[in-house]
Design a protein around this ligand. Structure first.
Ligand SMILES: Nc1ncnc2c1ncn2[C@@H]1O[C@H](COP(=O)(O)OP(=O)(O)OP(=O)(O)O)[C@@H](O)[C@H]1O
Ligand SMILES: C[C@H](N)[C@H](N)CCCCCC(=O)O
Ligand SMILES: [Mg+2]
Length: 229
């Protein structure tokens, strides 16, 4: 019914944790949720990737990972170096559309930041948002430096006329420093989009029941509600 692209300002900002939190929060609200990771890098064939982490934290099992490459690199580079076939744009679009037809919300997690090349022809997660006419939520770090990364990402979305659904801080510190506290007010100003969530630091541990039970509280409730309508 609806697709939401989970992009980031960079790698390691908490996209997977936020994807899991969204999956858990939407599931708790009675929505059927699917998750697609078009290209996973940096994990071997038998190791858990981002999809496994989303399932562990959220319980959501309707998932698709289209390709994985062992080296921790951008997917197109990792694919070329591995000698395996690159992910194709049409392949991703068809997988996401198939999930979308059967679920209330389909979450698509990119790799790294918005303009990282996912596969053949250099397509990016921004291209997927254009093709799917889907909004993007951007996951960002909490502290100093994030305003610039968020503003750049907002500009890159606007230049392709992709709707920015909002920003989420992937790991909100227990004791936020001055920059993190100021960013709460400044981030919407510099990006022109709302801050719609903050996932607490240290929450993605072994207490998966606690994670799933609390997940909806980390997002603006009105925003979360709009995702499945
Ligand atoms: N709120 C949080 N609580 C606990 N751990 C977190 C939180 N946010 C991020 N982490 C940890 O930080 C690391 C990076 O987070 P995550 O894997 O979600 O990043 P990512 O943006 O998905 O990166 P990639 O580009 O590789 O997909 C992980 O080890 C994750 O468990
Ligand atoms: C391996 C890592 N965790 C991500 N999955 C891939 C990040 C690619 C980033 C490329 C870049 O922007 O330089
Ligand atoms: Mg991830």
């Amino acid at each position: 019914m609806s697709v939401l692209i989970v992009a980031g300002t960079s790698t390691d900002v908490g996209k997977t944790v936020v994807t899991a939190a969204l999956a858990a929060g939407l599931s708790a609200a009675g929505r059927s949720v699917a998750v697609c990771k078009p290209a996973q890098t940096g994990v071997g064939p038998d190791e858990p990737g981002d999809i496994a982490e989303v399932t562990r934290l959220s319980g959501v099992t309707s998932t698709v990972e289209l390709a994985r490459f062992p080296e921790p690199l951008a997917p197109d580079t990792a694919a070329r170096r591995s000698g395996m076939p690159l992910v194709r744009r049409a392949q991703v679009l068809s997988a996401v559309r198939e999930l979308d037809a059967r679920h209330d919300v389909t979450l698509v997690e990119g790799a790294g930041g918005l303009l990282v090349r996912l596969g053949a022809g250099g397509f990016t997660v921004r291209d997927l948002a254009v093709d799917l006419d889907a909004p993007v939520v951007v996951v960002a770090a909490a502290g100093l430096g994030t305003l610039n990364h968020c503003a750049l990402t907002a500009e890159a979305l606007a230049s392709a006329r992709v709707k920015c659904s909002g920003f989420v801080i992937g790991s909100w510190p227990r004791n936020p420093d001055l920059a993190a506290r100021c960013n709460l007010d400044d981030l919407p100003v510099v990006t022109g989009s709302p801050l719609v969530g903050r996932v607490p630091e240290g929450i993605a541990g072994p207490d998966v029941a606690g994670f799933a039970a609390a997940a909806a509280e980390w997002f603006d409730p009105d925003w979360l509600e709009t995702l499945a309508t």
